[in-house]
Ligand binder design. Structure first.
Ligand code: GUN
Length: 291
């Protein structure tokens, strides 16, 4: 068998078009576009690239992007003061502080300072709690994008066996919560898991988010499984995922490529979350079909 590719670029383009249509409707009703503030501390090259592409995507969606670039030696108190100003700014609907932060700044202090109702990254503990208890809030963009790809590939996920490999706060844990809410039977595997292959052999859905190049082998998968690869690992052979693509695509039913799978969905979901935030804050109903 050769797995069907799951085209994240195409799904992300559709999502961004749907968001842009709703942004136009929102702006007409509210008298202003949705506003997203992106904060970058220091000059980490990868982060600079991400922040630039977030700014471009924001403008293309018809939103107002405010970029704040601070020097690497900015004191934590100064960054917290900027977050306070953005929390209080009525035309800012979403705040994103790009991670990682320089070592002298405690990222938890910063994340926890963002108003949960502007936390379009979904990293604030209030939003993690809302997700765990089924309340409306914000879901981190990467797992939200994965869920959209899974729904597209499999339709109804109810009753399926899902294995999430990785237990990070940003991907693994929220992914497990989302799959549980879809009525999957969810296993979260991690570095101490004893028999990963044994778990994967039963999985209809695999979400790989471990950050280890090509760690998951095709021989471990259940034939026909749907595989979502969150990994972005730079190797001598170029950019590769956490799944060994050649062997996995011989066994899986459908699989995301790296690049061109999950990656494009993350920014599209950030735009989606910002629009949803703007709608909630201004009391403007957003048509979420297509989201
Ligand atoms: N660094 C890498 N990905 C992300 C993300 O989605 N949000 C933030 N804030 N920082 C990141």
């Amino acid at each position: 068998m050769t797995a069907a590719p799951i085209d994240g670029r195409a799904r992300a383009a559709r999502l961004r078009a749907a968001v842009a249509r709703e942004v136009a409707a929102f702006s007409a009703r509210a008298g202003r576009p949705p506003g997203l503030a992106v904060v970058l501390v220091g000059e980490d090259p990868a982060s600079s690239v991400y922040v630039r592409s977030k700014g471009k995507a924001t403008a293309e969606a018809g939103m107002c992007g405010a970029e704040h670039r601070l020097p690497a030696d900015t004191p934590e108190a100064e960054l917290l003061a900027l977050v306070d100003r953005l929390n209080a700014d009525p035309v800012i609907d979403g705040i994103l502080v790009q991670l990682p932060l320089p070592a002298h700044i405690d990222a938890t202090h910063v994340t926890n300072r963002i108003d949960p109702d502007k936390d379009v990254d979904g990293f604030h503990p209030v939003n993690a709690g809302r997700l765990a208890t089924g309340l409306p809030g914000f879901v981190p963009c990467t797992p939200l994008g994965c869920l959209m790809l899974l729904r597209e590939a499999r339709g109804d996920l109810s009753g399926l066996e899902a294995v999430v490999v990785g237990r990070s706060t940003i991907v693994g844990k929220p992914m497990a919560q989302l799959l549980l809410a879809e009525s999957c039977t969810v296993t979260v595997a991690h570095s101490r898991t004893r028999d990963l292959a044994g778990h994967l052999a039963r999985a209809d859905i695999v979400v790989a988010a471990v950050g280890r190049a090509r760690m998951i082998r095709g021989e471990w998968l259940k034939p026909g499984a749907t595989v979502i690869d969150v990994g972005i690992n730079r190797t001598e052979a170029g950019l590769v995922g956490d799944v060994d693509f050649p062997s996995a695509s011989a066994v899986a039913g459908a699989i995301t490529p790296v690049p061109g799978g999950v990656g494009p969905m993350t920014i599209a979901c950030l735009l989606r979350n910002t629009l949803v935030s703007a709608g909630r804050r201004e009391g403007v109903a957003i048509d979420e079909t297509g989201f």
